[in-house]
Write a protein that binds this ligand. Sequence first.
Ligand SMILES: Cc1cc2nc3c(=O)[nH]c(=O)nc-3n(C[C@H](O)[C@H](O)[C@H](O)COP(=O)(O)OP(=O)(O)OC[C@H]3O[C@@H](n4cnc5c(N)ncnc54)[C@H](O)[C@@H]3O)c2cc1C
Length: 254
Amino acid sequence: MAHAQELGAGVRDVTTVSGIEKTKSSHWMIEIGQERIEARILVGADGRNSTVARLRNLLPRPARERVALQTHIPLPHNFGNRVVLQFLSEGYSGQAPVNDRELNLCLVGVPASISSLRRWAEQNFGITADHPWRTITPLTRAALPPAHENLFLIGDASRVVEPFTGEGIYYALRSGELAAHAIAKIVRGEDRQSALREFSCAHAAMYRGRLWINQIARAAVLSPRFASLVLQTARFQPSILRLLTGKIVPGSKM
Ligand SMILES: Cc1cc2nc3c(=O)[nH]c(=O)nc-3n(C[C@H](O)[C@H](O)[C@H](O)COP(=O)(O)OP(=O)(O)OC[C@H]3O[C@@H](n4cnc5c(N)ncnc54)[C@H](O)[C@@H]3O)c2cc1C
């Protein structure tokens, strides 16, 4: 963002986009509080519950089969620099240090089990009952096409990735980069339709081969016993884990 500002981008911090309209010249009129900004191209980078997609009637009905809780707590002594993904009978927990003082703690489960997952976390990490947690929902939803004439949806706004695979930030950044290339072409006067097609193809290619990992992760939450069985088997057959890891992190070695 600092780099974009250096190049002349205007930043409106701590403001909310509340309305968007198409103008007669097919530009966008974007409402931000009292201010209205006209734009030739709009990029919705506003997350899984994208306001831009909602205002354009693109957002699918949310599925609330699973929810997540997330918080930062003091980094437990001796936690070390590792990432923990822990299967529990009610769902799963992800734990990773944010810095040398704090731990990012996530809990994922079905709505009926989320309170007992929270109690598990309170007991295991010495968290008080009044500690603030952030609720995240929906955890997954149908993907939206990322390119619509002069509207781009990037990151979670277009496609939400299962948090278990922990790589949503990469997709958000990379899809932003792909959109920027396409927009640069359009602004330079190159053929709009071929720039949009190229962007959509590169966007789809980025996710190819990962969707079944999402399904496995989803099954792991809905049926933790099955997930534990697979992991126990993987102890004796490490090729299973190698295969799954290789799908998420190409070129990785376990
Ligand atoms: C429990 C959980 C754990 C995860 N763990 C990881 C992990 O370890 N590693 C990883 O890579 N990914 C992880 N992810 C996924 C990751 O958080 C997302 O994929 C990523 O943040 C998507 O980035 P984004 O920029 O598309 O959306 P977001 O990060 O959601 O950003 C959207 C932004 O838009 C703003 N916004 C929304 N509406 C408006 C509006 N109307 N006006 C103005 N601003 C608005 C929001 O305030 C927000 O700042 C996890 C997700 C979950 C649910």
